[in-house]
Design a protein. Structure first.
Length: 314
């Protein structure tokens, strides 16, 4: 006979089993070096809350050793799955093998890992960084009739986004012999380093008068460089054209103010597709596509004010 006592006991058992089945996922994030990165992190956290996922978030402050330590910690905690946003491409094979030996699926998001055995991760969700570089370069070559002396602020050395954006940009530049990159240096994807390096470029290039355009591998570095251009008495977006990638709100504001010219949006909402791939795997679909593409589109000054309003209203 079903008594209230039995019913209560069954309810407790069910609630414990429900709690016990909540998915636990470890997320090793690069850091918080840019506006894009922080919006990416917030998007993943929100998506985890939406799905009742117990997210273990580890910020590596842009150091790979911190990421590897965090992933080993997730393995020791026996999480259900691991998401890695790798700061650089190399050095991942040993810890990915440890995750595989522990039968814990790993999803790579954003930048890539350089491994010979792609069974070490379930899938990679990311933009096509080479295409981002091509899109920006094509716009700049059209804007300058293929005749432009360019300074380049590179992203973090060894990061896929830096390697591949440069590859795509240079591929298009090679079609325009009147254009070339006259100075290039890493500014580590940060605003402060972007300002610092651009100041040295300006000093080295006749107070900036030799420079036709700045190509920055992300908006954050470009925003720092814009400050340096203004402090040198020049007009960013006019005296020196400014092009970048990410599509962060502050950069849309700069374009709306005429201080920057173009960017390619980088989708920060990578948590949903990552959680979907993990859920499918845990439900028995062990073969999601190896690569999920999230490449964004080009944005220019003509829509910047509306885009800024839309993105800051939310
Ligand atoms: C690219 C991503 C880059 C962003 C930067 O997908 O890895 O890292 O473009 C961030 O803003 O630092």
């Amino acid at each position: 006979m079903l008594t209230l006592r039995n019913l209560f006991g069954a309810a407790c058992l069910l609630s414990v089993s429900t709690v016990a089945t909540a998915t636990t996922i470890g997320f090793s994030q690069v850091g918080s070096e840019s506006g894009w990165r922080t919006s990416f992190s917030e998007s993943v956290r929100q998506e985890a809350r939406n799905r009742d996922i117990d997210l273990k978030f580890a910020d590596a402050q842009q150091k790979q050793e911190n990421q590897i330590r965090a992933v080993r910690g997730f393995i020791a905690q026996r999480v259900d799955a691991i998401i890695i946003a790798p700061v650089v491409e190399t050095g991942w094979t040993p810890v990915l093998r440890e995750a595989k030996r522990a039968s814990i699926p790993v999803v790579i998001v954003d930048r890539n890992v350089q491994v010979t055995d792609d069974s070490l991760y379930l899938t990679r969700i990311a933009s096509n960084f080479v295409e981002e570089g091509r899109i920006v370069a094509r716009w700049l070559m059209a804007e300058t009739a293929g005749n432009c002396a360019i300074v380049e602020l590179q992203g973090t050395v060894g990061a896929t986004a830096a390697i591949e954006r440069a590859r795509g940009f240079n591929e298009v530049l090679a079609e325009h012999p009147q254009s070339k990159i006259i100075r290039s240096q890493t500014a580590e994807f940060t605003r402060s380093k972007g300002k610092e390096v651009m100041e040295t470029f300006i000093r080295a290039e006749q107070g900036g008068r030799n420079i036709c355009a700045l190509w920055a591998h992300n908006d954050e570095m470009a925003l720092g460089a814009i400050q340096a251009i203004k402090e040198a008495g020049l007009k960013p977006g006019q005296d020196i054209l400014v092009v970048a990638v990410d599509g962060v709100p502050d950069y849309f504001k700069a374009m709306a103010d005429g201080e920057a010219n173009a960017t390619v949006e980088l989708n920060p909402h990578l948590g949903g597709p990552a959680f979907d791939a993990i859920a499918a795997y845990l439900a028995g679909n062990t073969a999601p596509p190896k690569r999920i593409d999230t490449t964004g589109e080009l944005f220019l000054q003509d829509t910047a004010a509306a885009e800024y309003a839309r993105r800051t209203a939310q």
